[in-house]
Ligand binder design. Structure first.
Ligand SMILES: NC(=O)c1ccc[n+]([C@@H]2O[C@H](COP(=O)([O-])OP(=O)(O)OC[C@H]3O[C@@H](n4cnc5c(N)ncnc54)[C@H](O)[C@@H]3O)[C@@H](O)[C@H]2O)c1
Ligand SMILES: O[C@H]1[C@H](O)[C@@H](O)[C@H](O)[C@@H](O)[C@H]1O
Length: 337
C-alpha cells in the first residue's frame, strides 16, 4: 500500500524530507504540500508532481492525504499535530513537538483520547547507526551499569536570530531525547554553566554553554553546546560504565596520510552528518504506517523533552539546579522513556 503524504512547511528540512520521501523511501508518495510562502510551496510541489494547497489545515483534511509531515517553524507545530489527531491521521512532526510543555501535554492527552498512536517526533538520532550500536552495547551490559555520560554538540556557526535559550530548545533537545533513550532512564534535574563566550558569536548569545543533567538512577551527564565552533558540525558522546566505556564513532570516512599529517573530513551540517539516519527514520515511519503500528519516538517523548527543556532554560537564567517535574507517564505510552 502506498502511503500518500502531505507536507506542511517546504523550507530546508521540508524539501529534504520531500526529496527523501520521493526518491529514497519506497511505498510513499507526496501528494500535497503547503507553506505560508505560497510561491515556494508551488515550486516545490511542481518539482514532485504534488498539489500546493493554501493552508496546513487544507493539507490535513485532504482526501488524498493519509499521513502528514510537519516541517514548519516550531511554534506552529502543536496546532497542526492536534489537527491531524482530530482528523485521525498519522503525523510525523519535526522537533520540537511543541514549544511549550502545556501544548505538548495537550497533544499527549488528545492522542490518548483518540485511543491509538498517531504521532511521531523527528528525533532522528535514534536512527543513527552509531547511536543504535551504543544503545545495544549499554542494553547488553557491555559496560556494566552506566555512571557518566560526556556529550558535545557543536555547530560551525549560528545566525543572529539564534538566542541563548535556543542552545537548549533547538540544539540540546536532541541530546535530551538521546540521553533518555540510550539510558532507558529519566532526566530529573538540569543545571547550566556559563563559560567565557567565544568572540565569534553575536553579542547577545551565551556560547558555549555546559549543561549538566542527572537521571533518576543517578547517572550524571555533561553536555557542551557550542554553536560557533567554526570548524564543523561535530557530535560527540561517550558513556562511562562500571566495567568499560562506549563512544559514538565519527561518521565513516577515509583517513588520509600525507605530507606528515593524518587527516579526515569533519561534516559541515546536520543534513550531511545525519543523512543516513533521516533516510532510515522516514523509511521506518512509512513502514510502520503500512503495518498500522507506530514504533518511533512519540508524543510522550516530545512532552518529556519539552519539560526538560523548560527546566534547562530556567537553569540557564537562574544559575540553579532545577528539578524536572513530569506528569505520571500514562499506561498508554508504555513503561519506559
Ligand atoms: N531533526 C533535525 O536535525 C532538524 C534539522 C533542521 C530543522 N529541524 C526542525 O524543522 C523545522 C523547520 O526547520 P527548517 O530549518 O526547515 O526551517 P525553514 O525556515 O528553512 O523552513 C520552515 C518553513 O516553514 C514555513 N512555515 C512557517 N510557518 C508556517 C505555517 N504556519 N504553515 C506553513 N508553513 C509555514 C516557512 O515559510 C518555511 O518555508 C524546525 O522545527 C526545526 O527545528 C530539525
Ligand atoms: O535545527 C538545527 C538541527 O536540529 C541540528 O541538528 C542542530 O545541530 C542545530 O543546532 C539546530 O539549530
Amino acid at each position: 500500500m502506498t502511503v500518500h503524504i502531505g507536507v506542511i512547511g517546504t523550507g530546508m528540512i521540508g524539501q529534504d524530507h520531500i526529496r527523501r520521501l520521493t526518491g529514497v523511501v519506497t511505498g510513499a508518495e507526496v501528494t500535497a504540500v503547503t507553506d505560508v510562502d505560497a510561491r515556494r510551496a508551488k515550486e516545490v510541489a511542481a518539482g514532485v508532481g504534488a498539489r500546493a494547497l493554501p493552508t496546513g489545515q487544507d493539507v490535513i483534511v485532504d482526501a488524498l492525504v493519509d499521513a502528514v509531515v510537519v516541517t514548519s517553524w516550531g511554534p506552529t507545530h502543536a496546532e497542526y499535530v492536534l489537527a491531524a489527531i482530530e482528523a485521525g491521521k498519522y503525523v510525523f512532526c519535526e522537533k520540537p513537538l511543541a514549544t511549550t510543555a502545556e501544548d505538548a501535554l495537550r497533544i499527549v492527552e488528545a492522542e490518548e483520547a483518540a485511543g491509538r498512536r498517531l504521532v511521531q517526533v523527528g528525533f532522528m538520532r535514534r536512527y543513527d547507526q552509531g547511536y543504535r550500536a551504543m544503545k545495544r552495547v549499554i542494553g547488553e551490559g557491555g559496560i556494566g551499569s552506566p555512571l557518566l555520560m560526556h556529550c558535545a554538540h557543536r555547530n560551525p556557526a549560528a545566525p543572529e536570530s539564534y538566542h541563548s535559550e535556543m542552545a537548549t530548545q533547538d540544539t540540546a533537545i536532541h541530546e535530551i531525547d538521546t540521553i533518555r533513550w540510550l539510558l532507558d532512564d529519566e532526566i530529573v534535574s538540569a543545571q547550566v554553566l556559563r563559560p567565557r563566550s567565544t568572540s565569534k558569536r553575536f553579542e547577545h548569545l551565551q556560547d558555549p554553554q555546559i549543561m549538566l543533567f542527572e537521571t533518576a538512577s543517578g547517572v550524571r551527564i555533561d553536555l557542551e553546546v557550542f554553536v560557533n565552533c567554526q570548524y564543523g558540525y561535530d557530535i560527540q558522546c561517550e558513556t562511562v560504565g562500571e566495567t568499560g566505556t562506549v563512544r559514538l564513532p565519527d561518521p565513516a570516512d577515509v583517513w588520509l596520510r600525507t605530507a606528515g599529517q593524518l587527516r579526515t573530513e569533519v561534516a559541515q551540517g546536520w543534513k550531511e552528518r545525519f543523512a543516513a539516519a533521516f533516510d532510515r527514520e522516514l523509511a521506518e515511519w512509512v513502514a510502520s504506517i503500512q503495518d498500522g503500528r507506530l514504533a518511533g519516538p512519540g508524543s510522550w517523548d516530545g512532552y518529556a523533552a519539552a519539560v526538560i527543556s523548560d527546566a534547562t532554560v530556567d537553569a540557564l537564567h537562574s544559575g540553579r539546579v532545577v528539578p524536572v517535574r513530569l506528569k505520571d507517564r500514562p499506561a498508554f505510552y508504555g513503561g519506559r522513556p
